[in-house]
Each structure stands twice: as structure tokens, then as C-alpha cells.
Design a protein around this ligand. Sequence first.
Ligand SMILES: [Fe+2]
Length: 284
Amino acid sequence: MDLSPDLAAACLVPRRVSTPEEAREVVDADGAAIVSGITDETAAIAFGTAMLGADLRRIGRQIEATTKRAVEEGAKVDAQPVDARGRKRRLSTDVSLPMPPHNDGFAFGDYAPDRLFLFSARPAAVGGESFLVDGLAVLDILAKDPANAEMVEFCRTVDIDHSEPNFPQDGVSPILRTTPAGRPQVRHHPYLAPVVSGDEAQQWKFVELWKAAVTYARDAGARFRLEAGDMACVDNYRVFHGRHGYTDPARKLYSIWGWSSAAVAVPVGELDIVNPQKPAQLAG
Ligand SMILES: [Fe+2]
């Protein structure tokens, strides 16, 4: 399959908003919004809390993204073994490379947050631009070419394994599914794999095409800077995020995870991305 240059259009440059209410509307409509003037992490969480309003189930800091932390946690993950299928977990420790586009919390399956807040406390002096890939748009663009019909049908209907190596999840589902609350959820990360079956060889082709299409969109599409005090508010069920390479060791970004009443499952507490075991579920 030749990847269409049209895939670049799946990259989202969010509209700027000024209030939590406006952020909510724009995230619901477009998949992401940017707000400026966030002074610190407490203010970031307060904005997210206000944005989710009565639908809020849980919100909290998940990741303080710094070069130091990437190296420390990356070493722990590097020590984990290859899984039975030859898949190896790696964190994005080499910050000079662009990140794979991903939904945050993908290792936790149903417990991944449905809303994500990326608060830039200090951007890299050079590089480190953000990207957001609208997963629904990637599928829509692919679907315009009849040559992709089989691949798009696969993404929409065939269950695959969304787990990380050595951290199996309870269930399987298609790349795009509709959640019990009726929302679309589309997923991308480096470890996607077919379920083990007789069709595995055929299915790997489609999984790899999906990864190639999303990665192409990242590389061909728009990127933007999150300046100090900027925060991207993201529909983590629809949009894949990441940053391009940088070298500045002082870059600091907080990843804050939010679960609304429409989330598939809500964990009780902070999740451990180094050892992504199935979390306890928040009741109700
Ligand atoms: Fe992330």
C-alpha cells in the first residue's frame, strides 16, 4: 500500500481556548484544545478538573516528563525480558528521536484515561515540538482509497492484542471500537499485535500498515510548540500524541490523566507505567 500524502491532514494543531467550558467544547468537537497561562501543575489540574466538571471521576499527575526520569525509568524497563512473541518494551529514552504516536496509558487497556492534559512547564530551547494525530481522521483518509478497504475493515472489526510485552490485558478489541458509553476509541502504540491465531501472518500485515500510516502522519503533518504555561487538553481515546526530538535537559512537561464518567474503567489510584499491572477499579 502506498501511503497517501493526504495523511498529513490527520495531524491536529489545536485551537486556542481560554476557559474550561470552551476547552471542553473544543476537545469534544476537534479532539484537542490548547490553553495558555497555566502557572504550575496545581493550576493545570484545577483547569482539567473544571473542564470535566460533574463528569469528573478521577484526575491526577501521572508523568513528570524530564530527560532524567526517562533515563531512570528506561533502564528499569530495559531490564525486563523479551516476551514469548519476541516483543520488547522500551521507553522513549533517546529524547533526540521523535516519540511513537500513542494514547497515554495504553498499557492499562480499559483503564487508560479518556482525557489527557499535557502541561508544558518548560519547553526545550530547540526542538521537542508536539504533534497530535487524530486517529479517526487517519482511518477516514485511508478509507477514501478503495485499495485500503480490507485494511480499514480490519481496523474497524478485527480484535487485536493491545497489551504491552509481558503485561497481558484481559480483553482484545479492534483498533477502533465503540465504548459502552457510545464513544469511539482508536488506539496506536508500538506493541500492537494480532491475537495469536491461524490468521496471524495475514493480520500482521494490517497491523504494520496501521502503524506505518500513523507514523507517516506524524512525520508529514503539522507540529506545534507548547510554550511555557501552555497546556494541550486531549481526547486520549481519539488522538495520539508525542513530541519530536530534542536535546535540552531542562525540558519539563507534565502528563496529567483524567477520567470522565464516559471512561471504560477508572483506576483507584496512580498507575505504574514501569510495571503496568491491572489496576484496582474505582467503584461506581
Ligand atoms: Fe504520552
